[in-house]
Design a protein around this ligand. Structure first.
Ligand code: MAN
Length: 353
């Protein structure tokens, strides 16, 4: 697969973003959803801010307080044996290592705008900042689907009651209408299709299962984008492969003559994230026509391999012009990068396997 990474990569790094909070540092500007609006490319950046710790033996966890509308900071001593600090993204209890109790940074969504798709200016303010109790640990990994003149933005809302998927609608990328939580915890990586199919909206989603089953992709339909039902299992992880740990939706599905092209991420249990592709039936997207055995993209460039959480390419959106797909993707949970791919070539790879 020929992938042309932008020469300017990484396009946006944490040092390009001023923190919104005094005493905090920006450690990530990544996993941005993508929209085209008023002749500009808009990236809905996930900006992660962390309280600066002067003392390396103290780890701080930021929590948004919806009553005071300020940030609370919970401090931990790294020698506290009740907790595990191995994963830089989170704080876990030693006796419950399969879940976290706090995150080490708080994310929100900030807009970056560009006329040429390569050089971006970042807004001074947040676009989506925690606004309810489901978001006290932050807002992450936005995807944007344009339906008629409305831009629907869905994202992970993180709080002690779980990670759910929430929806807002904007027409101008300044104000938005809150449409509530659309998938209950734990659910992530929701991709809303850009048009109705046989009278219904469709979405891919990724429940994170605990007692049995894997981190697989499901599909659901809805009459109104808010109530989702008719859930069906669509794509499973594959043992002994690059996607044997988890899979989840990446870019908003792309309509092609052959079917809906879904570009998703797949990871190993060691958290190496690649991008893969599948093709769904145009008239009935619950039917999988094809799926890539090999990833279409793997972490390769230095900025993809090294960072806050290395070996991660994580695409959340793209722009299609004829056969050219410009994909914007988060790298190493740190920065944003861009690349171009040929849609025909992706489809050819699906055919060959
Ligand atoms: C995962 C990762 C983190 C994220 C948490 C909470 O562990 O995707 O980046 O902050 O989940 O959503």
């Amino acid at each position: 697969m020929k992938i042309e990474r932008f020469e300017e990569n990484p396009l946006i790094t944490p040092t390009d973003v001023m923190p919104l909070h005094e005493g905090y540092e920006v450690i990530g500007a990544f996993n941005g959803g993508v929209a085209e609006y008023n002749d500009e490319v808009i990236l809905l950046l996930r900006v992660a801010e962390r309280p600066i710790s002067e003392d390396p033996s103290i780890i701080k966890a930021p929590v948004y307080n919806t009553l005071t509308k300020t940030m609370d900071i919970i401090s931990f001593d790294i020698n506290d044996h009740a907790y595990d600090f191995e994963d830089p993204r989170m704080i876990r209890k030693k006796d419950k290592l399969d879940s976290f109790v706090y995150l080490t940074s708080l994310s929100y969504i900030r807009i970056a705008r560009s006329k040429d798709g390569h050089h971006f200016t970042i807004d001074d303010e947040a676009f989506l900042y925690p606004f309810n109790n489901y978001q006290t640990y932050g807002i992450e990994d936005a995807r944007c689907t344009k339906i008629e003149d409305n831009y629907y933005i869905n994202f992970s809302s993180v709080s002690p009651v779980g990670v759910c998927d929430s929806l807002v609608m904007t027409k101008d990328f300044k104000t938005y209408e809150d449409l509530g939580n659309i998938f209950a915890p734990e659910n992530k990586d929701v991709l809303i299709f850009p048009e109705k199919i046989n009278g219904n909206y469709y979405a891919l989603h990724r429940p994170s299962l605990k007692s049995i089953g894997n981190y697989d992709i499901w599909i659901a339909s809805s009459p109104d984008l808010q109530s989702w039902g008719n859930h069906q299992h669509l794509l499973g992880i594959r043992e002994q492969s690059w996607e044997n740990g988890r899979i989840g939706g990446g870019l908003v599905p792309i309509k092609t003559a052959q079917g809906w092209l879904v570009i998703y991420h797949g990871a190993t249990p060691e958290h190496r994230y690649c991008m893969g592709a599948a093709l769904l039936d145009l008239a009935d997207p619950t039917i999988v026509l094809k799926r890539s055995k090999k990833p279409i993209m793997e972490p390769d460039a230095l900025y993809e391999k090294n960072g806050f959480f290395g070996d991660v390419v994580f695409g959340c959106g793209g722009i299609v012009e004829g056969d050219k797909l410009t994909m914007y993707y988060g790298v190493a949970d740190t920065s944003m990068a861009g690349c171009t791919l040929s849609i025909k070539e992706i489809l050819r790879q699906l055919d060959e396997e």
